[in-house]
Design a protein around this ligand. Structure first.
Ligand code: NAP
Length: 219
């Protein structure tokens, strides 16, 4: 599959691109600045310029799938949380659907919820609203979208163990670790493309004991 990676220049997005490139899929890296192009050129990965605050149809056209690994980050204002994590994410979903990129994998967050009262509720509410839209996109658009939503815990730079804990009970506190390595997360985002059991599922992903593929197949 040709896969548009949104947020390709980010810490998780780069790992997603590398994972796809090493496997059987063909990544296309969505970047915001021409200065970010060189490192992808060096990997032999094509890039396309785009920004979630504006239309990205040109980037999605011709792709079979989209992996959303972008985020406004904690250093920007709450306006960007709405514009990128909420509205921008929904823009990418609609764009994927109408342009025939049927498979869509969303990097969300543990505690994403439109009714969040967490210390970063503006963020959790934005992610929750985008996730709710994705889960009900079939109610507003005729184009089919095979979606998956992964909700990781606190992201770490730990080396990927390849072993995780997944759960469809997304509101439930994890039994073990509340952390997720970006390595394991990127591997999961990419692996979902080849695991039909993940279509139409929202699940938490933490560090754990189950081999990643086995965990995804169990969903
Ligand atoms: N940190 C955590 O503990 C945690 C926990 C759960 C979930 N998450 C989610 O995981 C996401 C990825 O984490 P990360 O650490 O990999 O993030 P990151 O390194 O900050 O990467 C975010 C990427 O999003 C891109 N981006 C920002 N605004 C954009 C826009 N308007 N249009 C297109 N791209 C845009 C950035 O582009 P530039 O490179 O150009 O800046 C960057 O490449 C977070 O954003 C968050 O939603 C994080």
């Amino acid at each position: 599959m040709k896969v548009l990676v949104i947020g390709a220049n980010g810490k998780t997005g780069r790992r997603v691109v590398e994972t796809l490139k090493a496997g059987s899929h063909e990544p296309l890296a969505l970047i915001r600045s021409p200065a970010q192009k060189d490192s992808f050129d060096a990997m032999g990965v094509p890039t396309v310029l785009g920004d979630l605050e504006y239309p990205i149809d040109h980037a999605v056209r011709g792709c079979d799938a989209v992996i959303f690994a972008a985020g406004s980050g904690s250093k920007t204002g709450k306006d960007k949380t709405v514009l990128v994590d909420h509205v921008g994410a929904i823009r990418s979903m609609v764009t994927a659907a109408v342009n025939g990129a049927r498979r869509y994998v969303m990097l969300s967050s543990f505690r994403a919820d439109v009714a969040s009262e967490s210390p970063i509720k503006h963020y959790h509410r934005a992610k929750g609203a985008a996730d709710d839209f994705l889960r009900s996109i079939h109610e507003v658009l005729p184009e089919p979208l095979d979606w998956t939503i992964i909700c990781p815990g606190g992201l770490t730079e730990d080396a990927g163990s390849g072993r995780v804990a997944v759960s469809l009970q997304t509101a439930q506190e994890p039994d073990g670790s509340s952390k997720t390595s970006r390595d394991n997360l990127a591997a999961a985002l990419a692996a979902c493309l080849d695991e039909p059991a993940t279509v139409g599922k929202t699940f938490t992903l933490f560090e754990g004991e189950t081999p990643l593929r086995e965990a995804l197949r169990s969903l």
